[in-house]
Design a protein around this ligand. Structure first.
Ligand SMILES: *Cc1c(COP(=O)(O)O)cnc(C)c1O
Length: 406
């Protein structure tokens, strides 16, 4: 690329994503919606044959995603869970064993517990923040260590470098779900992971308009096998969603840093609030996790916070029903601030005893901080937290108590 290497800095890689280079190229990458591609004759092998196998717009996204971790082009999928499914189908056979973080996205637990188990694949859900627990969970048939850090929704931080050493010694694949930080704030491959995996639906696309997933690795043979299983199972990203993801991608470093800076301020404000009993955010974590976070995160700790109020589930309900700026949805990582109740939403399919063990209590509230001004976010949380103690709420409860119930 001439005299100066533009691929050094992530802001530049992202801002230039999907742009033309040659004479007459469109400046912004085209959306190629065609399902199939023309051939001249039986002896030609065109670059693209059918869009379930490969597509120029999807390829453009894959190239850019790979650059974020200095890796070959990524393998892009229709959703984050499609990426996980293909990873599992590629690596695992009947009788194999998986070690997975116990605090993990609810859909990952559901896939392993309710689908993969039926195919004879057993998973141990353990505390991956403790490397001794991980070493003790290894079996002769263990093939994969799957870790989410920071984890959804408890924000537990696992030490990627230490886990990579264990996985290397045991000769198993080590995959990190890096959805919450993205390569802008954490680079699992550089820290020794074999695979980094993403729901691009969240921060990478960033505007709540396109589902998607991606897998990155330096292992060319694994990437080839993933592409083959993706072709067999029909789980490739669509051209339009690849294009939307490329547009969001351009501002990823700016968005995630600004939103994370605000999130840290909100987490610190919550930690000092008289009605808050517990805040989960990587820089406020205990047991050495904050030190690991400072070492493996790139300056910021992400946009997601979880917290609990005095009054548990009832207090959580009051806050969720009384916020005005936050949107009550099942989602994280958008430009808007979002609020979620993990126990009844993202983790509803995780059995209650399991939820309790992991720390997903009925009173836990998850926030995803957006691009709004920090003062507006704090003012909204303040009025929603105070609402239950105000006279207006007391009156409303008295009216409720008199109302007929069905
Ligand atoms: C959302 C999410 C997924 C699943 O991604 P989809 O695109 O919704 O299928 C996986 N892991 C994490 C950490 C997530 O937040």
């Amino acid at each position: 690329m001439g005299r100066y290497d533009f691929t050094q800095n992530i802001e530049t890689v992202c801002a230039r994503a999907g742009q033309g280079e040659r004479d007459g190229d469109p400046l912004v990458n085209a959306i190629v919606q065609s399902t199939t591609f023309c051939r001249e004759g039986l002896s030609t092998t065109p670059q693209h044959a059918y869009s379930r196998v490969s597509n120029p717009t999807v390829n453009a996204l894959e190239r850019e995603l790979g650059l974020l971790e200095d890796a070959p082009p990524a393998v892009a999928f229709s959703t984050g869970l499609a990426a996980e499914s293909v990873l599992f189908q590629t690596l695992l056979r009947e009788g194999d064993h998986v070690i997975c973080s116990r605090a993990v996205y609810g859909g990952t637990t559901r896939l392993l517990q309710q689908v993969l188990s039926g195919l004879g694949i057993e998973t141990s859900f353990i505390d991956t923040t403790d490397t001794r627990v991980v070493a003790n969970a290894l079996r002769a048939k263990t093939r994969l260590l799957f870790v989410e850090t920071p984890a959804n929704p408890t924000l537990d931080v696992s030490d990627i470098e230490a886990l990579a050493r264990i996985a290397r010694q045991a000769e198993i694949v080590f995959a990190v779900d890096n959805t919450f930080l993205t390569p802008a704030l954490q680079k699992p491959l550089e820290l020794g992971a074999h695979v980094s995996i993403y729901s691009t639906t969240k921060l990478i696309e960033g505007h709540s308009i396109a589902l998607g997933g991606a897998i990155l690795s330096h292992d060319d043979e694994l990437l080839e096998r993933l592409r083959f299983v993706r072709k067999c199972t029909g789980s490739i990203q669509t051209p339009f969603n690849a294009w939307l993801t490329l547009q969001g991608f351009k501002t990823l470093p700016l968005r995630i840093r600004a939103q994370s800076r605000t999130a840290e301020q909100v987490a610190e404000w919550l930690a000092k609030h008289a009605r808050v009993v517990r805040v989960r955010y990587p820089s406020l974590a205990k047991d050495g996790q904050a030190k690991v976070a400072a070492r493996q995160h790139l300056d910021y700790h992400g946009t997601v916070i979880a917290f609990e109020l005095k009054g548990g589930a009832a207090a959580a309900r009051q806050v969720i029903e009384n916020v005005r700026l936050f949107h009550f949805v099942e989602h994280v990582g958008s430009v808007d601030s979002l609020i979620t109740h993990p126990a009844s939403m993202t983790h509803a399919d995780v059995p209650p005893e399991e939820r309790a063990r992991v720390g997903v209590t009925d009173g836990l509230i998850r926030l995803s901080i957006g691009l709004e001004h920090v003062n507006d976010i704090l003012a909204d949380l303040d009025q929603a937290i105070d609402y239950q103690f105000s006279s207006k709420a007391r009156n409303a409860r008295e009216v409720d108590a008199c109302a007929p119930t069905d």
